[in-house]
Design a protein around this ligand. Structure first.
Ligand SMILES: O=c1[nH]cnc2c1ncn2[C@H]1C[C@H](O)[C@@H](CO)O1
Ligand SMILES: [Zn+2]
Length: 368
């Protein structure tokens, strides 16, 4: 049975976030303050106007143009103290939004302009996240965070970044990712990095199937051995909806071999509805494939991608799905548990969060 959703209570629902970019989630006021200190010119100096500028500019229908907005966030994340600050604020903002576990990603190679080393960048972000976690717990919003270290797919440093991730695995780094423009930069360009990580038994997620289709997803899964897919929304290209309901009570559909593999292997999809609408990967929230993929029982997770560029939060993404795609509280609980099952922390710790935090939290709201 599905429970009606009290929208006002969604901010209290426990949330799990696997796909959130540190350089896509800054507070507009922080961007303004640091930019003024370092003399970086912004398209707007008032925080409200700047927030609107990011959202408007990211509403471009193209991943490449969407990514251009990061020039301003990356610019203010070069000094050690600024990385600490941005990471601390990210942990605090997510905790205040009800997120109980978050994997936060960024590309260390983009934060070297003020002279930091790659290791110093990872240490600064780790320090900020730890501070944020501590403060959040003291204010009654416990959150656990982990870092995902990203290599940029157009660059040629992925092997070095993979080694960086491995060096810091006891120090808050839980996995590795590649990001950036997808068309023309297949994941297999970075095979050396993935081979290294598999040798070291490290977790890997790959942005694939966002701006480019099935060949990118196939390479990510079958050539590069991705544990999860960043977006993966274009797996839809391998699914034919037949109309009506099948013998299991699901939408009747024919899955191609790749879609079948992704579902059978329970490969998690890190879906980001608002971001996909902005980059043109989906036409609207109500038409976003997340609903169909949920009904077909793919391992669906719900994510923000870039809170600043999308003007969003986990509560907002949940609210949109409830309002525009008819999601129930049980659906939200399901994606939350899916996300924890797919997290890159040890199994026992995932289970402890599912049983000790997520299930009781949803029970309090009337689900499960
Ligand atoms: O949705 C995305 N797809 C591909 N790359 C992305 C996306 N969101 C952010 N990025 C890029 C821009 C950032 O500078 C970089 C590291 O977080 O990752
Ligand atoms: Zn992303």
């Amino acid at each position: 049975m599905s429970s009606p959703v009290e929208l006002a209570s969604l901010s209290r629902a426990p949330k799990v976030l696997l796909h959130d970019h540190l350089d896509g989630g800054l507070r507009p006021s922080t961007v303004c303050e640091i930019a003024a200190e370092i003399g970086h010119e912004l398209p707007a100096t008032d925080p409200t106007e700047l927030g609107e500028w990011f959202r408007r500019s990211a509403d471009s229908g193209s991943l490449e143009r969407y990514l251009e907005t990061f020039v301003h966030t990356v610019a203010v994340m070069q000094r050690r103290q600024d990385l600490v600050r941005v990471a601390r604020e990210a942990a605090l903002d997510l905790a205040a939004d009800g997120v109980v576990y978050a994997e936060i990603r960024y590309a260390p190679e983009q934060h070297l302009e003020a002279g930091l080393t790659l290791d110093e960048v990872v240490a600064a972000v780790g320090e900020g996240l730890a501070e944020g976690e501590k403060e959040a717990a003291a204010s009654g919003h416990a959150i656990r965070t982990g870092q995902l270290v990203t290599a940029m797919r157009h660059a040629a440093r992925s092997r070095e970044i993979a080694e960086l991730a491995e060096r810091h695995r006891e120090n808050g780094v839980v996995g590795f990712d590649i990001a950036g423009a997808e068309a023309g930069f297949p994941p297999s360009r970075h095979l050396d990095a993935f081979d290294y990580l598999h040798e070291a038994n490290m977790h890997v997620t790959i942005h694939a199937g966002e701006a480019f289709g099935l060949p990118s997803i196939w390479e990510a899964v079958q050539v590069c051995g991705a544990d999860r897919l960043g977006h993966g929304v274009r797996i839809m290209d391998d699914i034919q909806v037949l109309g009506g309901i099948d013998e299991y009570g699901r939408p009747a559909a024919e899955l191609g071999k790749l879609a079948g593999w992704v579902r059978d292997k329970r490969i998690p999809l890190e879906l980001c509805p608002s971001s996909n609408v902005q980059t043109g990967a989906a036409s609207s929230i109500s038409e976003h494939p997340i609903g169909l993929l949920k009904d077909l029982r793919f391992r669906v997770t719900l994510n923000t991608d870039n809170r600043l560029m999308s003007g969003t939060s986990m509560t907002q993404e949940m609210t949109l799905l409830v309002e525009r795609a008819g999601w129930s509280l049980e659906d939200l609980r399901w994606v939350t548990i899916n996300a924890l099952k797919s997290a890159f922390i040890p199994f026992d710790e995932r289970l402890a969060l599912i049983e000790g935090v997520v299930k009781p939290g949803y029970a309090q709201l009337g689900a499960g």
